[in-house]
Design a protein around this ligand. Structure first.
Ligand code: SF4
Ligand code: SF4
Length: 427
């Protein structure tokens, strides 16, 4: 067993949401965006009024979209609010049942050839739930072309409070081990690690025993943002992923999410696409929970189930550090979602207008060893080249600097603004 940590970062004292992953009742209507991954949107292949079954192809493209319920298509729209802002095409389905389109199978995924497995991964529309929802087949092919020799399964819940990986490690051990075996086979590599956050010695020993001979267990310190692939790679292999635009594959490593490994196993075993997603719902809710949610379920349905107070200030998809605030609760849970965090009105951070007091806290916590106060102040006054000379583009937007700033300066806001302006100028 290896241990791993990062320089900088923050050790939050927040407990991760625990408890078995409950299945959320299916809502009366689901909305399935035709883009739930990094890349271009799929094309709708169903029409309004058409009846569909669970698992039926409804959007075709680089990462196909399947119906997650049986029912009637009520809308095929080009403009539905997107989690990332703006609009995307989407398909609405009124739920009428749960009948599958095709009979499932009970295959042994380890008996499939690398090409057969890759073909099913593509057909099932799998993405890497780890970060950015990258198309999984594409990611695997890229790793192969780069001659990657090491697989890291990321079982570290990135954001404070999120408890999905921790719970999956208890509930889905067999599928995790199976998924790692299959991924090693598809990637044609022998070297694999399973990274988890430190937990009780007994739980660690059980997981270590389960993956023995398949992957080496790595236990990370409970320090945010050690779960970001760039930092995991450095902490485990000592290799530096090149900044600003390098990928783990550039240094011979591919990082794949824990839930992704499970979905690979399930899809190959059943020859069916995934229809639900595990998420943590927490913050200002009466009952914080780990839930298994049908993909396409509107956020409001999830929040009602967990009991939200009347004075919601902000609904964030993801966690408090890197999540995205939502302006519509009609937005559904997609393959990109792993948590919903609710803030009360009274918890919203007010921007003070106070000046930097040069305390250096932001520098101390920055895991990229940047000078956030200098970069952000250049961005604030439009001096983007000067900000870049301090490696503005190296920032991973983890939010540690803004979190600790006693002057409540919106450092990440200014940094993101600076990056977007540079991109605009480059176009
Ligand atoms: S958001 Fe950027 S500048 Fe701030 S701590 Fe994270 S990496 Fe450093
Ligand atoms: S933490 Fe805030 S006040 Fe302190 S140096 Fe950084 S920007 Fe300035």
């Amino acid at each position: 067993m290896k241990t791993a940590t990062i320089k900088g970062g923050i050790e939050f004292k927040v407990e991760r949401v625990g408890g078995a992953i409950e299945t959320l009742p299916v809502p009366s209507k689901v909305v399935l965006p035709l883009k739930q991954h990094k890349g271009t949107a799929c094309k709708a292949v169903v029409k309004k009024g058409q009846e569909v079954k669970v698992g039926e192809l409804i959007g075709d493209g680089e990462v196909p979209i399947h119906a997650t319920v049986a029912g009637k298509v009520t809308e095929v729209t080009k403009r539905f609010p997107d989690i990332r802002g703006g609009y995307i095409p989407a398909i609405g389905i009124e739920v009428q049942g749960d009948a599958w389109d095709e009979d499932g199978s009970d295959l042994d995924p380890t008996s499939l050839s690398s090409n057969q497995a890759l073909e099913t991964i593509k057909k099932a529309g799998l993405v890497d739930y780890n970060i950015d929802a990258e198309p999984l087949a594409e990611k695997i092919n890229f790793a192969k072309t780069k001659g990657v020799k090491t697989l890291v399964i990321n079982g570290v819940d990135l954001e404070p409070g999120v408890g999905i990986c921790k719970q999956l490690l208890v509930e889905k051990r067999q599928e995790i081990v199976g998924g790692i075996k299959v991924l090693k086979n598809v990637l044609n590599i022998t070297n694999a690690y399973l990274a988890i956050e430190s937990t009780s010695a007994q739980v660690q020993a059980t997981i270590e025993g389960a993956v023995s001979g398949v992957a080496e267990l790595v236990v990370t310190s409970p320090k945010y943002p050690v779960g970001l692939p760039k930092f995991l790679v450095k902490a485990i292999t000592g290799k530096e992923v090149p900044s600003p635009h390098g990928r783990p594959e550039d240094v011979g490593v591919v990082v794949i999410g824990l839930e992704t490994a499970i979905s690979v196993w399930d899809a190959l075993k059943t020859n069916r696409p995934p229809i639900d997603k595990a998420i943590t719902v927490y913050g200002a809710v009466n009952n914080p929970k780990n839930l298994r949610v049908r993909i396409g379920t509107p956020l409001k349905h999830v929040l009602e189930y967990c009991g939200v107070s009347a004075e919601i200030g902000k609904v964030i998809v993801g966690g408090p550090m890197m999540g995205l605030a939502q302006y519509s609760l009609d937005i559904p849970v997609t393959k990109e979602v792993n948590a919903i965090f609710i803030q009360r009105e009274s918890e919203l951070t007010e921007i003070s207008g106070q000046k930097c007091i040069n305390c250096g806290w932001c520098v101390k916590v920055c895991p990229m060893r940047l000078l956030p106060h200098i970069i952000s102040s250049y961005c604030e006054v439009g001096m983007f080249e000067e900000a870049e000379s301090y490696n503005l583009s190296y920032c991973v937007e983890c939010g540690c600097c803004a979190y600790v700033c006693p002057a409540k300066i919106p450092l990440v806001h200014w940094i993101k603004y600076g990056k977007s302006q540079i991109k605009r100028e480059e176009r």
